[in-house]
Design a protein around this ligand. Structure first.
Ligand code: TYD
Length: 203
């Protein structure tokens, strides 16, 4: 089973994934936890991550950025996700294709067709389940403002993050059977219970 976690900045995604991972391990499942851009277990994809998120690069062309995310995804799939799924492990991935659709297709205005096209390799391996944690970006950005290390995208203006959210909500509408929306205003423990219930329905 392939499960992805999506959302804007400051939604508690990383904390939640750790909780879900532990609950599934306690039930006896073998878990691979990974993330995008990059992917734990793929040095090549992680190097692309370092490049694409580095705040020292300003004015990165939106196409360059989208292609780098797609390139790191193809490598991540081959080196990490597909082998784990073959071994019947549950793969939990912090961001995946929908991030490119929300951030690059919608927020950067590259369009859905273009971004789907450059991600064709990943379209053959869509997640069985995607959680989108929905939260007003004003609240999310407020939660991360004290973080010492913000990446290139965290530094975007509020209007960019509002476009990202709007993009995600369109994706929720388009891929209703795959994406489950979670209210990001709820507590971490409430959200974890909801997520486990959804996963159990599909296991
Ligand atoms: P990350 O450090 O993983 O932070 P978080 O998931 O906690 O926000 O940052 C990844 C950033 O990259 C995030 O701002 C979203 C962006 N991103 C894209 O724009 N497109 C993509 O395809 C992916 C995977 C991420």
């Amino acid at each position: 089973m392939f499960i992805t976690f999506e959302g804007g900045e400051g939604t508690g995604k990383s904390t939640l994934i750790e909780i879900i991972k532990q609950r599934l391990i306690d039930k006896g499942y073998e878990i691979v936890l990974t993330r995008e851009p990059g992917g734990k277990g793929s040095k090549f994809a992680e190097n692309i991550r370092d490049l694409v998120l580095d705040p020292k690069y300003k004015n990165v062309n939106a196409h360059t950025e989208a292609l780098l995310y797609a390139a790191s995804r193809a490598q991540h799939l081959d080196e990490v996700i597909l082998p784990a799924l073959k071994q019947k492990k549950i793969v939990l991935c912090d961001r995946y294709l929908d991030s490119s659709l929300a951030y690059q297709a919608f927020a950067r205005d590259l369009g859905l067709d273009y971004v789907l096209n450059i991600n064709r390799y990943a379209l053959d391996k869509l997640p069985n389940l995607t959680f989108y944690i929905d939260l007003d970006p004003k609240v999310g950005l407020g939660r991360i403002k004290d973080r010492s290390k913000n990446d290139r995208l965290d530094q975007e203006k509020l209007s960019f993050h509002e476009k990202v959210r709007k993009g995600y909500l369109e994706l929720v509408d388009k891929y209703q059977s795959r994406i489950v929306v979670i209210d990001g205003n709820k507590s971490i423990s409430e959200i974890a219970v909801e997520m486990i219930e959804e996963i159990n329905k599909r296991l």
